[in-house]
Design a protein around this ligand. Sequence first.
Ligand code: ZN
Length: 496
Amino acid sequence: MAGRSRLTRTAALVAGVATATLAAATLAACTSTTAGRGSTGSPRADGASRRASGPAAPSASPSRTAPSSGASSCPARYPSPDPNRPRMRLSFTVSDDLTTVTGREQIAFTPDRRITELVFRLTANTRPTVQQGNRIVVRSATADHGGGRFTVSPANAAPSTQGGLLHIPFASPVAAGTTVNASIAFTVTLGQMSFDRFGRTDGYAWFASAQPLLAWQRGYGWHTEDLIDVTAESATSEAMDVDLTVTAPGRDTVIASGDPADPSASSSPRTWHSHLDSARDVSVSVGPFSVSDTTVGGVKLRLGAFSPAIRDSLVLEFTRAIRSLVALLGPFPFPSLSVARLPAGGGGIEYPSSILMLDGSRLVAVHETAHQYFYAMVGDSQSLHPWLDEAFAQYTEERIDGDAPNDRAIDAPGRVDSSVESYGADSDRYYFTTYNKGAAALHAAERAAGTGPWDRALRCYVAANAWRIVVPADFQRAIRTLPASIAVLRKAGALP
Ligand SMILES: [Zn+2]
């Protein structure tokens, strides 16, 4: 996500104002904030969550062969996603007035350890999200193997909602390796608002993390972190095989993860369908988009915007972003990227193979496209270790755009590797420490190693960890031959 604290800089970049002045202003604003409540801990960094290479490689096309690094631990290709990954069949129906989404989720889940329940995250019930008029209501939730009556625990959700975590208990424990099938029916209400992953305005609607999100991580177990108090990401989800169906008013176009093709029929409503071999989540946008379809180095780029001029300018920005990121990091993670530029103000929000743009700037375009590598392919706990995707997205954007890093941020207080929850409602401090200080630490680490060795290690890190969920120790392992960089990142509190 590129959010509120970065928008000043975004707007200023567009206006041609020097970034150094803004960086200093941001630092001054953030050093006066109060102390956080402390980290909630880390997933284990044991090897149990490492993915086996399966034969059904979604990245088998030659265009997605990883770059050679010369390092023995650097795979020549992205590993295949786990053959035992969850399989999610998801359908959304958007009401004609765009206020309501009715959904059904069917999931086949094979845990790698014994379980006594299923747990799903109800992101739409996050407090600031509900304040804008959004929410999710679970209507039914069932599972085989003795799945009992569902419950919903508060988990810091808005008090007016069902709660933040959906639980389906089992009458008796289910053994590891057993495939459990669950079915959930739910309704999402969309509020009239601007910057969040849920909203509607001027004939457009958008929603993401709208379904109850399976909260399992192989080698770790259930992620039961509270919903957070700021508009940011806080989910942890495994890469899944996803079948997505969206039914929307016939007048509208759907822009969504997996690049659903336009329906041939002109009836109303119309149904859109896509399939993703490996995706942690999906986003969906609905509206009378002006659409462009292009191909960038083998990647299908679909861009929908509320005006042809904005559409065309963003096609150029995303074409540049994809090409630059492929050159820096390796083959693009997905066969397609679908971008929806919505008539609302804010920044951008990343989802696998899709982006919600509530801003038209180059900065946000590159930042969100970088998240296709850091979060969508190389996954992390967005709740416990948000720097592993946000600092990397900001650092990468600054590299590509030639933006001067905010070097002074590295001296600001606070550990870069801190959970979102530890910041409470202090979004300024969360954004500054996670994004600005985190990116400054990565720039300093790059200088300590030299750009050549650093870039080779970064590309190998991406290739070796495709479709996994990483922890800071995984990055430390990737740069183990660069001790000066490790020292820099430890001093900033990014590595253990
Ligand atoms: Zn971001």
